[in-house]
Structure formats: structure tokens, C-alpha cells
Design a protein around this ligand. Sequence first.
Ligand code: GLN
Ligand code: ZN
Length: 756
Amino acid sequence: MLNTAIGYPRIGKNRELKFALEKYFKHEITEQELQSTAAAIRKEHYGFFTEEKIDLIPCGDFSFYDNLLDTALQFGIVPQRYLKAGLSDLDTYFAMARGVQENGVDLKALPMKKWFNTNYHYIEPEYDGKNAVAFRPVFLEGLIDEANALNLNYKVAQIGPFTLLKLIRFVDNTSACQIKDALVKAYADLIKFCAAKGAKWLSLAEPSLVRDLTAEDKALFVEIYQKLISADNGIKLALDTYFGDIRDIYNEVTGLGFDAISLDFKEGRKTLELVKANGFPKNTILVAGLINGKNIWRSNYESVISVLNTLKEQNINCALGCSCSLLHVPESTETETRLSADVLAYFAFARQKLQELKEIKAIVNGEADADKYLAANKALFSKQRVSENEELNKRIASLTDDDFNRSVNRVERQKLQHKILGLPLFPTTTIGSFPQTTAIRSLRRNFKNGVITREQYEADIAKFTEECIRLQEKLGLDVLVHGEFERNDMVEYFGEKLSGYIFTQNGWVQSYGSRCVKPPVIWGNIVRNEPMTVKMSSYANSLTDKDVKGMLTGPVTIFNWSFPREDVPMKTSVLQLALALKDEVLDLEKAGVRIIQIDEAALKEKLPLRRSDWESEYLDFAIPSFRLVNSDVKPETQIHTHMCYSEFNEIIPWIDAMDADVITFEASRSDFAVLDALKANNFETEVGPGVYDIHSPRVPSVDEIVNAVKLIVSKEDVSKVWVNPDCGLKTRGEKETEASLANLVKAAEILRSEYR
Ligand code: GLN
Ligand code: ZN
């Protein structure tokens, strides 16, 4: 049995690529220096693969920013405006990735989108019909030459034509049809090129196969690959599928004659069933994606081996692989110095997953050390890692329908809240955070590094909070916030206060380009030991006669931005989080907080890729968990939620079913298109579509805001409209924030006089 991986993180153990990129962007290093940093990172990574004797090492998965953008550039899918700038290949590439504004060139970046159901973002390629679609090995040639020079057993790993066609945005009356033939020819040239370079394998990744496919999609896939496979290539062709199973196209895919096909046995719920029911071709290797590329836990070797055995019983020629690229996990546990060895024993980051590939292969092949590997792994899994929390289990088991419903319906509640809160028409508010100035950041750093005491730190945070309240009063906002100065991050802050969470020091995962995130780890059962935000909220409320919103992160968002447990279903942890937050909400209410916002910025993140799975696999517990958090508050307590995106047209009924009283969301960049959909769905929740974009330092004019709200009012009952920015203000400067909010308040005043 062979082993292989689909891809490896590229940011470097100490985020070397991130820092080199940032220097290159600031012109502090040359292209040559950037290239040599990248080469050093790759060389180290290849070393890990050879150390673990991985049979087929991925090469060509490296990227300076994003693989899909590499692919687009390599096949000539570059809009004319970028080509016209006359930049080098690398700078054209970065111009598409992040925009440029220098030397008389002013180009915006291409849009960034979420890569399937991950928190990695790709750059959306754009085709405008002006440039010829043809293969040119822009970055690939260097990567293959390097692998040859290092004498590696490698496979060239690239994104395939079907997924590329699906993800390109076609503009100026162009279409996928128009470039299909040229693209197939270009991929045929890629295949020839790899063969001529001496590569033995080329694998093409087609994650788009795990989505719902139409008959046309299937025909397109088959047509493309029939052409690519039938050519006598002189190289072995593999297909990588991941992030789910390929239930819509299994028989077509397996019938095409690939030399190897990688199937995802982790997220692909139906993969094993598909293989058992339909068989697998004799002359194709099934690369079984059994090592989880998306999570940080060690694999249970016995269960991996049992799947491999099942496949072998069917006379399938198996190899061992990962469910997806290891890009989505941190690089190595070796740089974690604070977590105990007992804890780290349970973790397998990318580097450790290569060891798992080696060890499981050794066990299956009966090599030396096999017994040792198996025994160590068995010992790990025979221990009870997390002890049961009986009290918590009982609390969850005893939940009834009533626990998920507020006692009074929303329309009645809204009437009551209008009376009690006494807010004007077009109430103004913000989303929560205020600018995180250098003073606040250095205060937090000083506290973390032990330079100042907790008392000093808290006193200073209180001072910033009071200033923030005074500023909002001066500006004339109606519903205030405390500014979130005590929070470094909206998930980590709660994670640190809950038991059940642990934190890595260096567990960075690429989010986009040079940006990384460090998700906390849900280690065990989540319990709130004491109030988390009550002191701050009560303090902020005591400073003013106006209402200050209590501010929490919702259960689904906290979960989606963490590494989850694998020993319990997603639902268990989300319910535990919901109960912890429920207690917090009730404590806030008891402390006199009349408006509570529960942010669900990442609600959509784990929405299944297939529509048919949305409800049964996710929304059926995600939405109730949110309801559970606030079901027991009094009808007059106003519950807000916030979402960072407006692309929720397809799930509007579910968002309304969260049963919040008010929702604020991003809308200014999408021209309020979502408002039509809200109307069509009889959306009941009051709405605060962001009236300006906080992602830019631009100050919106009063007129602009008035016009935006008028547009909203043309589609929404005037008594249900709030006026607010589209997200938290923490990344903005103080000056522009003050000016923008002053205009926002002025706009609301003008609107009130017109609509009264
Ligand atoms: N309340 C948070 C803030 O204002 C919300 C952030 C978010 O939506 N990402 O910062
Ligand atoms: Zn937001």
C-alpha cells in the first residue's frame, strides 16, 4: 500500500512566508528574496515528507497567495486591465490578489470568496474574453525543476478544469462554454509539459464534484476528462476529490479510467457506502482520504485500518491519503511549548499527520515497528480523554420544545419593546466594537506581558469604556455599546472564560494570502463557571441613561471558529455553548440590561455544500441553538443579532426563525439586493442593513446615508428600520469613525422629520 497527501500548509512553521510577503508588499525585499524564502520553506517541507517516506509528495500545491489564482494566471484567465498595467507576472498576480495603487497604476483586487466549507478564502478569477486561454507554466516550471533537482518522488498537484470553470466569474457576455475547448487544450498542454519534465504523476483536484450537480455539470465533467484521459499522456493521471462525497457522479467518475482517485472518507458521509454499492475499477488506485485534513486530532489507527480492510475485501487497490489538503491545519505541534505533553499527544498537525501516514502504512504492510505504532495509538485511544459531565448531560437531555421558544410571539414582543424602550423612529446604533487604538493595544500587550497589574489594566479599560460612552452620547446615538475594549477577539475572549477550551501558541492556519487565524480548540465539555460580560455591561449601563447593548458571540459562531471535538457530534458542543450563553443572557437581564446582541457572524460558515443536507445536517440544530440562548428572557428584553454578510438570500426563512427581535447585517456593498428577498419572505425581524461600509476609511456623507435609508424604507416597513454601520468599528481610525457616525446621526434626524 502506498501513501500520499493532497497538499501541505505553505505559510511556514513560524509564518515565514507571511512576513516575507508583507515585506515584499512594502518593497522591503526583492522578488529574489521572496522567492528564496519560499524555496527554503518548501525545502523544509519536502524534507518532512522524505523523512516520513511518503510515496508521492505533492509538488505544485505551493502558492504565494492562492492556488486558484495561480491556476487562473497559468491558463491566461487574467482581465485586460491587469495585463495593461505592464507588471511582472508576480506583480500582476499580486495586483489581482490585493490590488495596487502606485506608480500611476490604480487597480482594485478581484473579489475574495470562501473556499467551499472552509475558512480559507480564494481569489475569484475573472474572464473578460480579451486574453487567449492557453497554458503557460508561470510558477509551475520552477516548482517542478526544484522537485527534480531534489530528486523527490513527487506528483504534480493542480486544481482541475471543472472546478476552475465553476469558480470563474464570466463578465462582458462571456461564458464557460466559450472557453471550454481552449481550456481542455490548455490542460492537455499542462499534462504534456509535466510528462516532458519527467513527472510520473499529475493529480487534478476537483472539489466542485462534492456539490449538487446538474445533468449539464455531469456531462461537462465527463466531456472534459474523456478528452484529457484518452490522450496518450506518458504520465499517470489522478483525480482528487474532497470536502464531501461524490454521490451525484460516482459511476461516471470511476468509469473514466483515471490511474488514481482520491475520495474523502471524513466529510464524505456516503463515500464508503458508494464504494460498497457500486464497486471500484480494478485498474484504478483508490486513495482513501482517511486522515482528517481539517482537524487537529490524532487519527484512531484501528478505525482507519478497519476501513482499509473493508476496501481490500472488495479487492480494491488502496492507497492511504488525507481527506483534503493539510492546508487547513497548523503546521506542527513542535512549536507548542506551553501545552503539556499529555495534551499534545492527542494532536496531529500537518507534520504529525505525515507521521500518521507513515505509521499506518507500516502497520498495514507489516513493516518493522508496526506493533510499536499500533500499541502507542491504542494506548492513547483507550484512555478516557474527557470525563463526562453528568450534570450538563442531564440538562441537555431534559430540554423540551419550550426551551427553544420565547413565551410571547415576536409581533407582540416588538410592540411591547417599542413602548418600553422608547426609541425614536430610525433608532441609531453601532455593531459593538469601537476603534482599537494603539493605546488600547499596548495596554493589552502590557497586561499580557505582566508589565502592569490586573487592577491597572481593568482601570484603564474602564476609562476607555467611559470615554466611548461619552463619545456616543455626544454624537447622539440612540442605543449605545461599550466598545469591546476588553476583547482581543470575539471568540477567544469567550473561549478563555469558558472551561472546555484550550489554546495553542502557534496554531496558525492560512485564512487568505498572508493572513492567518489561530482557532482555539474545544477540548472538552463546555461550561460557564461564572458570568463573563455582566460586570462590564453593568458598568457601561451605569454610566448613562441610554440603553447600552449587552454583547455576546453566539454559539454557532464560537463553534465554527474553533477546532471542534471529534469524539462527540457538532451538535453536542453547540448545545453546550448555547447553555453557557443562555445563563449569561439571563444574568445580563437580571443586571438590568434591556437590549442584548448575540453575534452570529459565522452562522453560514458550516452550511453544508449540498442543499439537501442544509436542514438535516446543520440548520436543524444551529437555529434552535440560537433560540435556546434567548428563549427565557422577558418579552420586553430586546434580542439583537448581527451577521457579517448579506448573502443569506437562500436561508432567509431560517434567519427569521432564529426569532431575534432585530438583526443588523452588511448590505452597503451589495446594493441592498437582500431587501427584496426579505420582503418576498415576509421577514418579521426588525432590520438594520448597514448603511455604510466599515471596511474602508471613507466617511459617508449625510446625503448618502439618507438615500440608503430611503431605499431601505421603499422595501421595508418604516417602523422596523434601524440605522447603523455594517460591522464593528474596531479596525477603523478614531477620526473617520467619529465623522461617519456624526453623519449617520444627522441622517437619522433628517429622516425622522420626513417620515414622522
Ligand atoms: N460585535 C462585534 C464587533 O463589533 C461583531 C464583529 C463581527 O461581526 N465580526 O466587533
Ligand atoms: Zn460583522
